[in-house]
Design a protein around this ligand. Structure first.
Ligand code: TEU
Ligand code: CA
Length: 534
């Protein structure tokens, strides 16, 4: 039997930015509950909820100080239970973010651990007398000296996010107990934050894909979700197709699927960081998309399909066009991706074609990654304007702007002062306007979700590339006698394309009168369509 998550479309909510219900300028659980009907209308099956646990908020909740409590800024545990229940009424599952590579430095385990070298919790974290060259993802060394107890601890992210010591069996058992606490509440599964790091060997400077990663995941599977009908998705920046099979071959009893980012490096200079920009080559993007359709065997692995999340910019601003062709390019990205093999994810606001929001100065930013990088590189002699430019192109706050619900002040997100400024284009781009316009991006997403739910070919069909120029992604999905053709001009210029077949019924398109006959055609800017091959 096909598991539910192979047929599902997942919607990611960044709670702080989704909907405020009490005027404090911060999105919250009651806000999400009030928007469940909107999500049901879109048609999604599950919500990936970015962290709502107790947290000091250094990394917006990815620094957890109590895994079994809700951050009061988001509500209470009763609100959380209500969300799970109200979502279930609409056949929507709640997938929790599981952040267990590290905790907050305010977590009671770390508060204890740093008290002395012989504290019983000391070994819950990773302490050394001397640091090595490991770097933090958020700039600087990954080791911080703790004056009071006289050793360095490891933090692959902010210093306020100390890494847990997964070699300690007590740590692993604590995590599994906590996961079972959430499973018992009736959640739909877990999205596992930087899970590829848990098997690390810091002394050898091995972080991702370390030797103990898969043994730990197999142990976790046995101790928690293994015999349950849950979805588990691993955030796996460094996965290759082969590594994807190691995580998600059902016979290995690890996770349901990977969430990999190979396309993220395409617009950065080779060997450098995400901030060292380089223009995207559409041919390379196309090759990466095709690679992840053809180089994994979907009977022995499963992959996620996504353009956006809370760590990456809005796709139309980055690789499409967020002005003249905003609607066409947003629909093109949706059509190109959602008819592929895998489980699609929509990041809140993507279905409205929300755009990046450029800032003029560092004072307008919230994200720890951008702020630390700015100060580090400024000190190294980089120019402020270049750094701000890179942040506007790639920074994480772009996608974290409040949801644009309507045309009232602050886009209907809050009646107070939003924690992060709303993009002023909300007057034009908002959910209310989208729902009133039958041609909106919202309805393209709604239709794509419906196509997936109603047609096994979208879930299970084989993928076959159709020859086309670099900027045109064209493919068949094939199941039994049925064959669909999907064509997407990913570029802003017209593109010649040879239609390989006559199409019968058209399934979806972003321009009137899409090509339907075999032979040479000229695709319009960002034109995309799918139809049934006769
Ligand atoms: O992201 C992991 C991660 O590697 C990113 O921080 C990445 O380095 C950066 O976003 C690239 O721009 C996860 C979460 O999704 C992220 O929000 C957290 O900050 C991070 O883990 C730490 O928990
Ligand atoms: Ca609030």
């Amino acid at each position: 039997m096909t598991p539910w998550w192979k047929k599902a479309v997942v919607y990611q909510i960044y709670p702080k930015s989704f909907q405020d219900s009490n005027g404090d300028g911060i999105g919250d659980l009651q806000g999400i509950i009030s928007r469940l009907d909107y999500l049901a209308k879109l048609g999604i099956d599950a919500i990936w909820l970015s962290p709502v646990y107790q947290s000091p908020g250094v990394d917006n909740g990815y620094d957890i100080s109590d895994y079994r409590a809700i951050n009061p800024q988001f509500g209470t545990m009763a609100d959380m239970d209500e969300l799970i229940k109200e979502a279930a009424k609409r056949k929507i599952k709640i997938v929790m973010d599981l952040v267990v590579n590290h905790t907050s430095d305010q977590h009671e385990w770390f508060v204890e651990a740093r008290k002395s070298q012989d504290n019983p919790y000391r070994d819950y974290y990773i302490w050394r007398d001397q640091p090595n060259d490991l770097k933090s993802a958020f700039s600087g060394s990954a080791w911080k000296y703790d004056e009071a107890s006289g050793q360095y601890y490891l933090h692959l992210f902010a210093p306020q996010q100390p890494d847990l010591n997964w070699t300690n069996p007590h740590v692993r058992q604590e995590v599994y107990d906590m996961m079972n606490y959430w499973i018992d509440k009736g959640i739909g599964g877990f999205r596992m934050d930087v899970i590829e790091l848990i098997g690390k060997d810091p002394d050898k400077e091995i972080t991702a894909n370390g030797p103990m990663l898969h043994p730990y995941l197999q142990e976790m599977n046995r101790a928690t979700f293994g015999d349950k009908d849950l979805m588990t998705v691993g955030e796996t920046w460094g996965a290759t197709p082969k590594i994807a099979e190691e995580y998600s071959d059902p016979a290995r009893h690890e996770l349901s699927m990977v969430f990999q980012f190979e396309n993220q490096s395409l617009d950065q200079q080779p060997g450098k960081s995400k901030w060292d920009l380089k223009p995207l080559d559409l041919g390379e993007l196309k090759q990466v998309l095709i690679k992840w359709q053809t180089e994994i065997d979907f009977d022995h692995a499963w992959n996620s399909l996504f353009w956006e999340n809370h760590d990456i910019p809005r796709v139309i601003s980055r690789w499409g066009n967020d002005t003249k062709y905003r609607v066409a390019s947003a629909k093109m990205f949706a059509i190109a991706l959602h008819l592929m093999h895998g489980t699609p994810y929509i990041f809140n606001g993507e279905e409205l074609g929300m755009t990046n929001y450029p800032v003029k100065s560092i004072a307008e930013l919230n994200d720890v990654e951008s702020i630390n990088m700015y100060h580090e590189r400024l000190a190294q002699g980089d120019k402020a304007e270049d750094l701000i430019h890179a942040i506007n192109v790639k920074g994480r706050d772009n996608a974290r702007r409040p949801m644009q619900w309507n045309n009232t002040p602050n886009a209907g997100f809050t009646e107070g002062k939003p924690w992060l400024a709303v993009n002023p284009n909300y007057h034009e781009i908002n959910a209310e306007a989208a729902l009133a316009d039958p041609d909106s991006i919202f309805y393209t997403y709604q239709k794509l979700i419906k196509l997936r739910h109603e047609n096994p070919i979208v879930v299970d069909g084989d993928f076959e590339e159709v020859p086309a120029s670099d900027q045109v992604l064209a493919y068949y999905r094939i199941l039994g006698d049925e064959k669909w053709l999907v064509v997407a001009n990913m570029g802003e210029s017209e593109a010649a394309f040879t239609m390989p077949d006559d199409l019968g019924q058209m399934l979806i398109q972003n321009y009137e009168a899409a090509p339907q006959k075999a032979g040479r055609v000229v695709l319009r800017p960002y034109e995309a369509f799918a139809g049934i091959v006769l």
